[in-house]
Design a protein around this ligand. Structure first.
Ligand code: HXC
Ligand code: NAP
Length: 294
């Protein structure tokens, strides 16, 4: 019998394919860098020498981000910022520039999401997720792009996405539509700003469970107790694997990559069966009763 061995584990935390000091002297701005994937990405930049700016709303998240970077001996600035508000973003970039100089890398990692059947979704629920995930990503990119264009300096943007940008996301209509917008915007901005020296790429994580996941997202995950058997790789992603991908995409070794979206998911988003399993409605998957107006 051929053994099912899955994809190998990556090197340990702290290893890097990039030379030590790759980001010495650089400033990297990470939205939502105090939790989960954003924190892991920020840490990989710090390990490679970057000064890191972490921008998000909640003081406890900012404190966690600061602790994570300082724990590595890195330089860090945390700033309160709601990416739905362009003035708040401008103020965060002002603070970043004043402390470390203009960031040469922007990681648009912050996003919003919760599972909800489309027919139950309130207009404000839709608006909130699209506003944070799509509008916020554009507003941050615009601020970064304008500051670089004004002084003629190079920059690199990474937009963190999701694979349901291509497939649709049953139970996540708002987030999937917003992520599709982010992917498309990545392609447009890469062309518009390439001549000015700015790269724009997307980075799509597969399933990367972590302790900071919101209760809404956790509640969705617990529907299957063992995540590994649901992945073609027979394992979920390790946070450092995403950090390595981000630090590569903005490194000197990826200067001709732009407008691309890199999927790091062990092939999890590809169709994996010869015939499709029976359809189960989102209401049933979420254990919700029949739809009722009001
Ligand atoms: C239905 C919900 C809801 C839920 C909120 N709403 N949670 N509706 N089901 N579980 C509705 C509210 O009722 C309200 O609409 C509207 O959404 C806005 O809610 P607020 O709480 O006022 O918004 P706010 O305080 O701005 O918080 C935003 C948030 C929150 C998105 C609701 O969860 C948040 O801050 N999330 C940030 C972190 C996050 O979402 N991380 C997940 C990223 S993971 P009404 O009509 O009542 O006013 C990810 C994974 C992708 O993206 C791939 C997964 C497979
Ligand atoms: P997470 O821990 O919930 O992180 C979301 C971050 O966004 C938080 O730090 C939050 O900080 C910040 N944020 C949310 N709204 C904001 C706002 N209005 N202004 C500023 N910051 C805001 O989720 P995660 O799992 O690490 O996800 C990170 C990225 O990966 C997201 O883009 C997500 O869509 C994507 N992704 C994750 C997975 C996965 O398996 N984890 C899979 C696919 C895609 P504050 O609350 O402090 O504002």
């Amino acid at each position: 019998m051929t053994e099912l061995i899955g994809l190998p584990e990556p090197p340990t935390v702290g290893a890097s394919a990039l030379p030590a000091g790759t980001y010495d002297g650089a400033t990297v701005f990470v939205t939502g860098g105090g939790t989960g994937l954003g924190k892991a990405i920020a840490q990989e930049y710090a390990r490679l020498g970057a000064a890191v700016v972490i921008a998000s709303r909640k003081p406890d998240h900012l404190a966690a981000g600061q602790e994570a970077i300082e724990g590595l001996g890195g330089k860090v600035l945390v700033v309160g910022c709601d990416i739905r508000d362009p003035d708040s973003i401008a103020a965060a970039f002002d603070a970043a520039e004043a402390r470390f100089g203009l960031p040469s890398v922007l990681v648009n990692n912050a996003a919003a999401n919760f599972p909800v059947p489309a027919e139950d979704m309130s207009p404000n629920a839709w608006r909130t997720v699209v506003d944070i995930t799509l509008n916020g990503t554009f507003f941050c990119s615009r601020e970064f792009g304008r500051r670089h264009l004004a002084i003629g300096t190079h920059g690199s943007i990474v937009n963190v996405g999701a694979s349901y940008a291509w497939t649709g996301g049953p139970g996540f209509a708002h987030s999937a539509a917003a992520k599709a917008g982010v992917k498309n915007m990545t392609e447009t901005l890469a062309v518009e700003w390439g001549p000015y020296g700015i790269q724009v790429n997307g980075l799509v994580p597969g399933l990367f469970p972590h302790e900071d996941m919101t209760a809404d997202i956790q509640s969705n995950l617990v529907r299957t107790s063992d995540k590994d058997v649901c992945q073609p790789a027979l394992r979920v992603g390790r946070l450092r694997e995403l950090g390595w991908a981000a630090t590569f995409l903005t490194s000197p070794y990826a200067r001709f990559i732009s407008g691309h979206t890199l999927v790091v998911d062990g092939a999890n988003w590809q169709r994996r069966s010869m015939t499709n399993p029976p359809v189960v409605s989102i209401r049933d998957q979420m254990g919700k009763g029949p739809f009722e107006i009001g």
